[in-house]
Ligand binder design. Structure first.
Ligand code: FE2
Length: 535
């Protein structure tokens, strides 16, 4: 996608650093996260390699925009942790006000020293609003923290975003979720999804009383116990939760976060009378919270930006800067692609036996129907944390045991089952209550309750609580993949296929044919289909 307009290159340096290039009208032309190039998952290093690739792609000189202020100073976390410690600034009576003045002072100084920066939560808000296709919407951002805030409420009208509220660090469920993720033995800001999966196996009623003391909704904002901000405190968690099982802890945490987030959003829907919601920020990687928001009686529609975490900040900064009229994201396939020759060269180098098919989609469908695991690599890489079938591993949904053996093969531990990719035309047969969330379900950002037919036909992708988090596939979004499921449906009468990310263990999703071949060899999958080549 080339453009004759002036170009804007925006970059972010946070968890999952990245870059994006768009034209002055806000049309996104390319986006890439550093982890895919450096092969270091969620790296927060300066996006040097991804910027180089982007500049190589677009030879024209671009204006540079940066997402976020505090990263530059590197003091956000330290300042807040010191502030919430027991004795720091204890002589100041109204510490909250002092902190807000300090925060604003740093941003003002930063604005004077560095041009063209966009505040962290404005990046989140812009990423969701400008890609939602909604002229008017209520925008909620929630994360652990960014530029001193953890939650914002704003309204998008035509192409303008107006903030109603900004709440400081600790005023979102994300920090509690991160701390409990650590307490359960996982990595925070990385494995929260495992905790969401684990939650379905526990009884929330056993631990909910503890979580009510740790997180609550107060008037118009969310509050949490301040010790959560001071750092990870195992002793304190042992005292509160030491006698409960991991499953019950995860279940109580998940339920409390759903309750509080829903109360908060309901309050702002009532107050603004805007029922179409745009969501962004790391908290909304939680597909179950998103389902609960969608089910709220006063909510009309929900759209979660596909790259909701800090990895999506670069696009947010570019959109906040260019302020286009909101349109639906034209494509999620915004990453690099490789030519036929490049692919063939890599295959030959690895001495792999392959065949070229004009109609490879039909071949893949046949293999899937025979029960083969097919790794699929095609065209441009998708943008965001989820593989959306251009860098995916495919298998049929009929096998209930697939989560055990395929995860073992891929060296992963997961509590949530694999996700299905389902033909858009068949969504009502498979899922309940999709209306108002169809657009966001193209990007695997929300769970739905499954229909009886789905539970019977596709037990491999239905969670213990009867939900699944699908990717709804349209022909317009992905012609090749739509054809694969369509062919598969012709043979089996099932409109869904398992889609899990093409990577091994904790590695980032593959980017190049070389990465794909390495992952394929290491995991010993049945077939690899790169472009039109079948191995
Ligand atoms: Fe963030």
């Amino acid at each position: 996608m080339e453009s004759n307009n002036n170009l804007i290159l925006s970059k972010s340096q946070s968890i999952d650093s990245g870059v994006c290039i768009c034209d002055e009208k806000g049309q996104i032309l390319f986006a890439l996260n550093e982890e895919r190039v450096s092969r270091k998952k969620l790296t927060s290093k300066y996006p040097k390699l991804s910027k180089e690739i982007t500049e190589l792609h677009f030879k024209k000189k671009a204006k540079i925009i940066t997402a976020g202020y505090f990263n530059h100073f590197g003091i956000s976390e330290n300042l807040y942790q010191a502030y919430y410690s027991d004795n720091f600034f204890s002589f100041i009576p109204k510490k909250e006000i002092f902190l807000e003045i300090a925060r604003k002072g740093i941003i003002l100084l930063s604005k004077l020293l560095f041009r063209n920066r966009v505040e962290h939560h404005l990046c989140h808000a812009a990423s969701a609003y400008y890609t939602s296709g909604l002229k008017k919407s209520l925008i909620i951002t929630m994360d652990a923290y960014g530029d001193g805030h953890s939650t914002t409420v704003s309204v998008g009208t035509n192409n303008k975003i107006k903030f109603l509220e900004k709440h400081v660090w600790g005023c979102s469920p994300a920090q509690l979720y991160a701390r409990i993720t650590e307490y359960l033995g996982f990595k925070s800001h990385r494995h929260e999804g495992k905790v969401t999966g684990l939650a379905a196996y526990g009884n929330p009623e056993k631990t909910i009383r503890v979580f009510r003391k740790l997180l609550w909704f107060d008037k118009k904002k969310i509050e949490s116990a301040r010790f959560l901000i001071r750092g990870y405190n195992k002793e304190r968690f042992d005292e509160l939760l030491g006698s409960f099982s991991r499953e019950d802890i995860a279940a109580g945490l998940q339920k409390r976060c759903e309750e509080v987030t829903c109360k908060f959003i309901s309050f702002w829907v009532e107050k603004t009378n805007i029922k179409d919601i745009c969501l962004s920020g790391g908290l909304f990687a939680n597909v179950k919270i998103n389902q609960r928001i969608h089910e709220l009686p006063n909510v009309n529609s929900v759209y979660v930006f596909p790259h909701m975490g800090d990895g999506g900040l670069a696009i947010g900064a570019a959109l906040a800067y260019t302020k286009p009229m909101p349109t639906k994201l034209e494509t999620i396939y915004l990453g690099p692609e490789y030519s036929d020759e490049e692919t063939k060269k890599e295959l030959d180098k690895n001495k792999l036996k392959y065949e070229k098919f004009e109609n490879i989609e039909e071949e893949i469908a046949k293999l899937l129907a025979k029960g083969k695991v097919v790794a699929r690599f095609n065209e441009k890489m998708e943008y965001g944390p989820r593989a959306l079938v251009n860098r995916s591993i495919l298998y049929q949904t009929t096998d209930k045991t697939v989560n055990d053996w395929l995860n073992k093969k891929l060296k992963r531990t997961e509590f949530m089952p694999f996700a299905p990719a389902t033909l858009w035309e068949h969504k009502e047969e498979c899922y309940e209550n999709t209306k108002g969330a169809e657009h966001t379900a193209k990007y695997m950002t929300i769970t739905f309750n499954c229909t009886e037919q789905m539970k019977k036909q596709s037990p491999g992708v239905v969670h213990i609580d009867g939900t699944a988090r699908p990717q709804l596939v349209t022909k317009e979004d992905n012609k090749s993949f739509h054809k694969i499921i369509k062919e598969y449906h012709k043979i089996t009468n099932i409109p869904s296929i398992i889609n899990t990310s093409f990577n091994i263990h904790e590695e980032p999703i593959v980017m190049s044919p070389k990465d794909a071949i390495n992952a394929y060899k290491e995991s010993k999958l049945d077939n690899l289909a790169i472009g039109q080549y079948l191995i």
